[in-house]
Structure formats: C-alpha cells, structure tokens
Design a protein. Structure first.
Length: 364
C-alpha cells in the first residue's frame, strides 16, 4: 500500500512540474482540464546590422540591450485534455492539433471549446497552438500571446513597405502564401513536436507511429494543407474551408486523364493546390454549403486525389460539403462569414464523420 501511495505521490509531483509553465483556470468544461501552455521558448541575438527589418515577417519579439538586438520567441497554446489520473503514471492519448483562423485577438481559454467538448470525453487531447502574434488579448506582449507579428499586420505593412520584408514576392497573394507556409513549418511543426516529444502526450502504435491528427479552419485550414506537404508525425489531417474567401474566379480545368491547373504557382491558391498535390498523409476536406465558395473543398480534394504520381503521396482522402445553414442576412444578402466562421465548431454537423475518418486512419 505504501508503494502504491508513493507512486501516486510521484505522479502528482510530475503533473505539478509539467503544469508549472501553464496558467491554470476554469476552461471549457468541468469534466476535463483546459490549460494555457507555453509550448516553445527561445532567445538569440540578431546580426548587428541590416538594411531592412529582417524580422518584419518573423516569429520574434525584439528585445534590445544598447545596440544589441535579440529575437525572443514564446509560443502559447490551449491544451484540452482528460483530467489527470493519478493511477496512470504516463498517460498518453490520441491527439488533435487544431489551427485557428485569422481572428485576432481571441478568447484563448475558449478557443475550440465545442470541439474539445466533443473529442476530449472520447479520450482525445485537443491542442490549439496560437500562431505568431495571436492569442489572448489580455497581455499583448507576453503571457498567453505568441510572439511575433499578426499575419494581417504584416501583409498590410508589405503593401506600404515591401523593401522591409524578406521575400521575393511582388504581390500580396504571393506573400500571404509564403507567410502561411512559414506558420505551418514553424509554429505548427513546433506544436507537433511539443505534444509528441516535449510533453510526450501522444499514444504510439507498435511500429512507433503517433496517433496524431492536425486540422484547421480558414487560414488555419490553409496552414493545415501546407503542413501536410511534409511529415511531422501526423497520420491524417482535416482542412476546414481553407482560403474559401480567396477562391475567386479560379479557372481549374478537370480532365478525365488528369488535371490542368492554369494558376500561377506563386499565388495563394496555386501554392495550396500544389501542397494538396504533394500531401504526405490522408486528408479530409470539408466545408459548409453556405460558405463563400465550396470550390475550396472540391478543387483541393481533386488535386489531392489526382495531382501526383509520387508513390509516397498520401492520396487517400475524403471530401464533404455539409448542409450547415447557420447564417444571417444583412441588407437582404446572405452573410457567408456566419457559415464560414461557425462551421469549424459545429461538431453536431461533422463530428461523427470526422471521428470515423480518424478511426479509419488510426487516430483513436
């Protein structure tokens, strides 16, 4: 009995140690825990001289000491997980990383609560990383807000001061694609490393594969598609309406023997389709019927399915348009943003379908 008590005590102490870097508060539910986690932190000195602000589009906050400049990187996220069980020393779970949209700021503790309320009771961890310059509005420079500059602020500055930015792009659309790929390759990749290695939360199969899936809505959906062009340990991804507002007058020609893309590969849509073409793991493309443009799902799914002859391409996919009709009217016109923004938390519409997809590809 004493030995069991000591193990429990050790487990509790480990939990306290792991939680020492988080801000604890009541979150989405009294049936599971929600904490804000600083999932990555580093600092390094920047080169002493530069003609342009080489951090204009970066993940840094700048700290100065006289003439010296330092890049400070702090990344935060909301971690929703089943309540800690003192009888299980090393608990692991199938895990979902969810990438938020471009809204700024937002209620950090409330981010994707409805999704957490659906998945956490089923034994999942849900982690929501806050991408650069986004997070809790209460402390704009430090706690609960990731370092760096919010993407829309960077894009607006690019229009006025293109020479300040480290890019060969000459258009805003091209630069937006570059920044979203950076967010996928930096913040979201670090989030995957956090749940799999640093916090060691994710269940593994006998062959060592992690039971990890990554999803996202709108900008976060585009980030998810870009993320999936590389292997970061994910087994599957879910892309909710990526770039639906930007689809515009796309001339995407379908053909029985293949596909022809008459889009500049430096544009956001061109690079997204190229990323889907080179997807590494199975993807579920899904969207609301009353979103801005459902070709965001149809075209990406078609590119994913038929766009690559690479044998390592994860060309297994699903695609669905759901009859989610939560929208409002303004001056007699449909407010498509209501469907676009609300669908990613409408688990009553897509929860069972996504759960079946996750089970099919081993994230359960």
């Amino acid at each position: 009995m004493k030995r069991v008590s000591l193990i429990k005590l050790l487990t509790i102490l480990v939990a306290i140690f792991i939680s020492s870097a988080v801000v604890a508060r009541a979150g989405c539910s009294d049936k599971f825990s929600t904490t804000l986690v600083k999932y990555y932190e580093t600092e390094y000195e920047l080169p002493p001289a530069a003609q342009r602000d080489e951090t204009a589009e970066s993940i840094c906050n700048i700290r100065t000491e006289g003439s010296r400049r330092f890049c400070v990187v702090r990344l935060w996220g909301a971690l929703h997980r089943p309540d800690f069980n003192p009888d299980a020393l090393f608990q692991k779970f199938p895990t979902l990383i969810l990438n938020h949209g471009s809204e700024n700021p937002f209620n950090a503790f409330g981010k994707y609560c409805k999704v957490a309320q659906f998945f956490v009771p089923k034994g999942y961890v849900v982690f929501v990383p806050f991408r650069r310059g986004q997070g809790d509005p209460e402390t704009l420079e430090g706690n609960r807000r990731s370092s760096g500059k919010y993407i829309e602020d960077v894009l607006n500055d690019f229009v006025s001061n293109p020479s300040h930015h480290n890019t060969t792009c000459t258009t805003k659309a091209c630069y937006k694609a570059q920044l979203l790929k950076l967010e996928a390759d930096e913040e979201v990749a670090l989030a995957a490393h956090y749940v799999t290695v640093t916090a060691d939360l994710v269940t593994r199969e006998a062959n060592g594969d992690y039971k990890l899936a990554v999803g996202g809505n709108s900008y976060g959906g585009a980030v998810t598609v870009f993320f999936n062009r590389k292997n970061h340990g994910q087994k599957a991804v879910m892309a909710f309406a990526p770039a639906a507002q930007n689809w515009g007058n796309v001339d995407f020609q379908y053909a029985a023997a293949g596909w022809d893309l008459s889009l500049d590969r430096t544009t956001l849509l061109g690079t997204l389709l190229n990323a889907a073409q080179n997807a590494k793991q199975p993807a579920f493309y899904l969207q609301a019927k009353w979103d801005y443009d459902t070709r965001a799902t149809i075209d990406l799914a078609y590119a994913h399915a038929y766009g690559s002859s690479d044998p390592t391409h994860g060309n297994r996919f699903m695609a669905s348009i759901f009859s989610y009709k939560k929208f409002s009217f303004e001056n007699g016109q449909v407010d498509f943003q209501s469907a676009h923004g609300g669908f990613s938390e409408a688990t009553e519409e897509w929860g069972r379908s996504v759960r079946a997809f996750l089970i099919q590809y081993g994230v359960n």
